[in-house]
Write a protein that binds this ligand. Structure first.
Ligand SMILES: N=CN[C@@H](CCC(=O)O)C(=O)O
Ligand SMILES: [Zn+2]
Length: 410
């Protein structure tokens, strides 16, 4: 028998997702009914409430004065880590460069040491509170990468902890293998690339615990050719490619992502018009990470060019020890103020765009009929308040598959 899980009624606004002629399809004075965890009906309240009376629902939520949006899909994080690199944040403010810190064995390599020393239980205990914070800020699906192990044992441990967290926490977690995140201190990039391909990838594939394979295609990290070899090997093992591309210099990662039909190319601070055209042509989702530019003090990616040239983008947090924010609301505020996106464009990029970057456009990021009812309720009358009220969490209640997982009913 169908269960009327939830009815959210009297919302000032309900955001469905991207519109056909408008950036955002939305209803005012609206309601949404959820049966068996999925959106059964959404629209103006008078069209919904007769068929789905709130009093018949397990959860009836009065959202008057509030904006109901799809849960955020945070499509790029390195959210599983150990240690504390806040001192590097201060050093960067004092003029040190990210690449210098990495070349001296800090940065990613410092987190690698901390992760190798941490037990599985400690890693899980680190991750779960971050997931709670993400959830409290409206994220209902998050991608998390490995890549702080850089050896087979620790990469597998990271992916297994990500799997455990996915089982224990209501947020959906999408696992990405990123053995090619940095070159270990005692190795050269070429021989380490061989080890990623010959040792790590087969072990990851055998365990079936990753969906994507990502690589840091960057000057002094992995060359385009090394990145190509890793991603091709990943594809042979059934992992969909993703690329960290053009973050510090324009090396060719975006063109590689286009050539390989990657799910996404991420960062893109130095991408040019040829790169944008190649990504659009190949249907690769550009994932823009304004929090990274903010924390590095770097210039933002040219979101306007991506959008004005007819493409679409995702916006994600890039939560990691170098970019320490779990908040999609803050990423959206930066997307608006730093990258000149409209609040509607930024919201779509943080929901539907993120779902596209994770090959989940049919399962997350919009509130159309039949979709899982992953919902964030913003305690303000419109989605514009998310970036307008920057630095503040405007999300009051979060539902996953129609069930409240954060906040309360009024
Ligand atoms: N740029 C490479 N990787 C991460 C940073 C990871 C770290 O510094 O720990 C990123 O996407 O921003
Ligand atoms: Zn990253």
């Amino acid at each position: 028998m169908t269960e009327l899980t939830t009815v959210i009624h009297d919302a000032s606004e309900i955001v469905v997702g991207p519109g056909t002629d408008t950036p955002l399809e939305r209803y005012e004075n609206a309601a949404i009914a959820v049966t068996d965890g999925r959106v059964a009906a959404i629209g103006p309240i008078e069209e919904i409430i007769d068929e789905y009376p709130a009093e018949n629902a397990t959860h009836a939520i009065d959202a008057s004065g509030q904006s109901v949006i799809p849960g955020f899909v945070d499509s790029h994080t390195h959210g599983l880590f150990a240690g504390d690199r806040s001192d590097e944040f201060a050093a960067k403010l004092g003029g040190e460069r990210y690449q210098e810190i990495l070349a001296e064995g800090g940065g990613i390599l410092r987190t690698v040491s901390a992760v190798r020393e941490a037990s599985d239980d400690e890693l899980l205990a680190n991750l779960l509170p971050h997931l709670d914070t993400m959830c409290a800020h409206g994220t209902t699906t998050v991608e998390i990468k490995s890549g702080y192990g850089l050896d087979t044992e620790t990469e597998l441990r990271m992916l297994d902890v990500i799997r455990q967290a996915d089982e224990q926490h209501p947020i959906d977690i999408v696992p990405t293998f990123m053995g090619a995140h940095a070159v270990p201190e005692d190795e050269d990039a070429e021989s380490y690339t061989d080890r990623v391909i010959d040792e790590q990838l087969p072990a990851v594939a055998e365990q079936g615990i990753a969906e994507f394979c990502d690589v840091f295609c960057e000057e002094d990290v992995f060359s385009v050719e090394q990145s190509r070899r890793v991603l091709e090997a990943g594809m042979e093992h059934g992992l969909t490619p993703k690329v960290h591309a053009e973050e510090f210099v324009r090396l060719g990662g975006a063109q590689l992502a286009a050539e390989m039909g990657a799910a996404s190319a991420d960062h893109l601070l130095h991408a040019n018009a040829d790169d944008r055209a190649a990504l659009a042509e190949a249907g690769v989702t550009p994932v823009l990470l304004p929090g990274t530019a903010f924390s590095l003090g770097a210039d933002y990616a040219d979101a306007r060019a991506f959008l004005d040239e007819g493409g679409s983008v995702a916006v994600a947090t890039d939560f990691n020890p170098n970019c320490h924010s779990q908040s999609m609301g803050f990423a959206i505020a930066l997307a608006c103020v730093g990258m000149e996106m409209t609040p509607a464009e930024a919201l779509v990029a943080g929901t539907h765009g993120g779902a596209r970057a994770l090959d989940r456009a049919g399962e997350a990021g919009t509130l159309r009929e039949g979709m899982p009812a992953d919902v964030a309720i913003v305690d303000a009358p419109s989605h514009i308040h998310i970036p307008y009220n920057f630095g503040v969490n405007t999300v009051e209640t979060v539902l996953k598959d129609g069930e409240p997982v954060h906040g309360g009913q009024r």
